[in-house]
Design a protein around this ligand. Structure first.
Ligand SMILES: *Cc1c(COP(=O)(O)O)cnc(C)c1O
Length: 493
């Protein structure tokens, strides 16, 4: 199986190279040259398998340059006791027609663990296959979830180091505590004076510094990123669409071959795109419902065919979906159009004008698989409260967006059996969840909020978030954005 660039389909590399490089040299994203197919018999066989075995079936189809043994090693290193549920991604049925896929049983309590617990193992093996002898140092600028998930994934993985920069005034208390108490001999966490943009710009500048790269190379290091455009982050996400389908059938609520819809809280379009790959492989997926918060650039795109990021940016209570440029959409545009020149031109337009328009044939083939909707913070909170009071089910702010959009969708459409993807534990966003339940949360610190949510609901806090305030704070460094490069330089001495 070869991978090609969305901006030059003549450029083709192995899976290991695609994962090692992250981005194609022309700035495009890597996509599989053809999407492998799966028969209904194979899907049915997956029904009696464990999550790890299901992952093996899917990964094997995409990573033909890895041996069976390598894949099994990668999978067992990624999904084990680090997840607090034996099913890894369990389904919780709200009613016989609606199930919630809990993707937050990993070490950092958000769905990014499914990809970031695996990426370090995929990446180090890929680098070895490509003859790379230097150690990789992952640089991350984070506004929250990604930083912690990357830290936890890369901690103590041989041949890697990781440095995470977070904005001094831009992450929640819980998120900050999660990062500064991170264990591992190869990790470093630093606050940057400024906002997320300052941290992000600083990291980009370090990546662009050729002289610094040469210095690091002499010391046996090179820099890489762990962001969501790497194929190695998308691939592990395809697995749970299959797994949820099998578990839905196993529950007796649908039969093999019947269609399921999936409602997905969406930001960078990575999670939902994994569902589209599952559908194109042959999983009986009906509609993929793309759910946005007030930053509804994708809702508008799916309605009009025009992608336009020239609009106000809203800071919402579902911050991981506060995104105006959904990078992974490029993969969909290319795969649907098969036109690399067109995709290049559209991405140039997005860069220069902040907008592009796709033609009718492209948007109508996209609409064959996707539906969309959005809601604001008031509706999100209302949904959290109703879910807790009426269904006795506590959900986080991102998951609530998906439930709300699904509710709107079902008012106008048939009620098809649906899986709602739950992307974070409610304990990760305690303040908003508590306030949705009518509690006053002003002036409370992270650890107090966790206790308050437990006292209010009786729902157990996930182990990794418990006693966060009692853990040793390992990282107290604060840097000016100009000095971020010195931080990296010192760490890699
Ligand atoms: C990252 C994230 C999302 C958005 O996922 P995308 O793949 O970027 O669409 C949704 N919810 C949570 C909690 C996240 O951390």
């Amino acid at each position: 199986m070869k991978y090609i660039s969305t901006r030059n389909k003549g450029y083709s590399v192995s899976a290991a190279e695609a994962i090692s490089r992250g981005l194609a040299p022309d700035g495009g994203l890597f996509v599989p040259e053809t999407i492998p197919s799966i028969s209904m018999d194979e899907v049915r066989d997956m029904g009696s398998k464990s999550y790890q075995e299901r992952a093996f079936v899917i990964l094997q189809k995409y990573l033909s340059d890895f041996t069976e043994e390598e894949l099994k090693d990668i999978i067992s290193a990624s999904y084990g006791p680090n997840f607090d549920h034996k099913d890894v991604t369990p389904l919780h049925f709200v009613d016989s027609n609606t199930a919630c896929l809990e993707l937050w049983h990993g070490p950092t309590c958000a769905f990014k663990d499914l990809a970031l617990q695996m990426l370090p193992h995929l990446l180090t093996r890929s680098l070895k296959k490509c003859g790379e002898t230097r150690d990789v140092c992952i640089l991350v600028a984070t506004s929250g979830d990604t930083g912690k998930a990357a830290l936890d994934g890369f901690a103590d993985v041989n041949g890697t180091k990781i440095i995470v920069f977070y904005p001094d005034d831009g992450v929640s208390n819980v998120q900050k505590l999660q990062m500064v108490t991170q264990s591992g001999g190869n990790v470093l966490v630093y606050a940057v004076k400024g906002n997320f943009d300052d941290a992000q710009t600083g990291v980009k500048k370090i990546f662009g510094d050729k002289e610094f790269a040469a210095t690091l190379s002499e010391r046996g290091y090179f820099l890489s990123s762990a962001n969501s455009i790497n194929w190695g982050r998308l691939l592990p996400q395809i697995v749970y669409y299959f797994s949820a389908y099998c578990d839905f059938v196993n529950s007796g609520n649908i039969a093999w071959g019947e269609t399921l819809d999936y409602a997905v809280p969406t930001g960078n379009f990575g999670d939902i795109l994994a569902g589209w790959y599952a559908k194109k492989m042959g999983l009986p997926v009906g509609n993929l419902i793309c759910c946005s918060n007030a930053n509804n650039v994708l809702t508008d795109f799916l309605n009009t065919g025009k992608y336009n990021k020239n609009r106000p940016f809203y800071t919402t209570i579902s911050p991981s979906m506060d995104i105006l440029v959904s990078s992974n959409l490029e993969r969909l545009l290319f795969t649907v159009s098969q036109n690399d020149k067109l995709v290049s031109d559209m991405m140039k337009q997005l860069f220069s004008e902040g907008a592009y328009q796709v033609d009718d044939s492209i948007i109508s083939s996209i609409r064959a698989d996707f539906r969309s909707g959005c809601c604001d913070d008031t509706a999100t909170k209302d949904t959290i409260r109703k879910s807790y009071q009426e269904e006795d089910y506590l959900i986080d702010t991102h998951t609530a967006v998906a439930f709300r959009v699904l509710e709107q969708y079902r008012k106008e459409n048939d009620t098809v059996p649906t899986v709602v993807l739950s992307t974070a534990s409610p304990y990760k966003f305690c303040d908003s969840v508590l306030s949705a339940l009518g509690k006053n949360v002003e002036n409370s610190l992270g650890a107090e909020l966790i206790n308050a949510l437990h006292e209010t609901t009786g729902v157990k806090a996930p182990e990794p978030l418990k006693d966060l305030d009692k853990r040793e704070v390992r990282f107290t460094g604060v840097t000016e954005k100009e000095d971020m490069i010195t931080v990296v330089d010192q760490f890699l001495k």
